[in-house]
Design a protein around this ligand. Structure first.
Ligand code: ADP
Length: 274
């Protein structure tokens, strides 16, 4: 009720008063509706794997099963448990990012190390989903180091790479690239030749739990929170996420970092300058 009282105090006259009042109530209603939506979404996302798990537990308890069937059931149960773990871990990441407006620490991280870690994880994920038939390439042009939080940067990079792998068919190429910009900044981009995204969905992709294709996202281990995390990490690093995509052709997700976050390869200060 506080914001409403505040606006009455500041605008005590005539029609403006009721206008502002209703405006603020609408904003409060919207915030409350968003909170309710969020809780409903989280509950739904947790309930689905829980229902499956509970069903398998019941089957295991009530039926005498052959060892191979029992093991198959246990594998499926383990997958569902993994899904809930990923969801909770993404939720915690997101709430940590939203809860602290402070910019991340100004430590410098070599781009080569960030890329090496993503490369390993990307090959593992692609092998798991597509049996290693996707072509993944990793390129760095001119960018040496980045300032910020290494874990956040890795999480943003890998969320985009993971999406490209998950939303592309088996035999298509994915290009992951760091490029320096003429103003001394840097762009991280992930380009795929996957299914692409229709223009009406693009503005909503960074909303929590927004998915174009729910079943595809679930099948490949998505939580619907990845791009919300990428957006927050970008904002905290003074960077900007942009999305270009054409249905049936593919997508390019990129994050552009301002010069103060970037050491270029040629301008890398020597040990004594630092
Ligand atoms: P999810 O866990 O569902 O992948 P994200 O927040 O990472 O959640 O992405 C939101 C949605 O955006 C996805 O469900 C998918 O529909 C779409 N999307 C993201 N990346 C791509 C991509 N590279 N190609 C096609 N669609 C994508």
């Amino acid at each position: 009720s506080k914001p409403v009282r505040l606006s009455v105090h500041m605008h005590p006259y005539g029609e403006g008063r009721s206008l502002l009042l209703s405006h603020d109530i609408t904003a409060l209603d919207q915030a409350e509706a968003m909170r309710r939506d969020f809780v409903a979404n989280v509950s739904h996302e947790i309930r689905t794997p829980l229902t499956v798990l509970a069903g398998f537990v019941e089957t295991l308890q009530s039926l005498p099963l052959k060892a191979e069937d029992r093991n198959r059931y246990l594998d499926l149960m383990s997958q569902q448990a993994q899904r809930m773990q990923t969801l909770v871990s993404d939720l915690l990441t997101l709430s940590r990012l939203e809860g602290s407006p402070l910019p991340p620490s100004q430590e410098w991280h070599p781009v080569a190390a960030l890329m090496a870690q993503c490369e390993q994880d990307a090959h593992d994920l692609s092998a798991l989903l597509w049996g290693g038939t996707q072509t993944l390439s990793f390129e760095t042009h001119g960018v040496a180091e980045l300032a910020g939080s290494a874990s956040e940067l890795l999480s943003a990079m890998f969320n985009l790479i993971g999406n490209a792998i998950r939303y592309s068919p088996a035999d298509k190429a994915i290009v992951v690239r760091w490029t320096s910009t003429p103003d001394g900044g840097a762009i991280f981009s992930v380009k795929d030749q996957g299914q692409g995204i229709a223009p009406e969905h693009i503005p909503r992709l960074t909303e929590r739990f927004y998915r174009v294709d729910r079943s595809r996202s679930r099948e490949t281990g998505g939580t619907g929170l990845g791009l919300a995390i990428v957006k927050h990490v970008s904002q905290r690093h003074g960077a900007e996420l942009s999305i270009e995509s054409a249905p049936g052709k593919g997508s390019c997700f990129s994050i552009s970092f301002p010069p103060q976050r970037v050491h270029q390869q040629t301008t890398l200060p020597t040990a004594t300058e630092r």
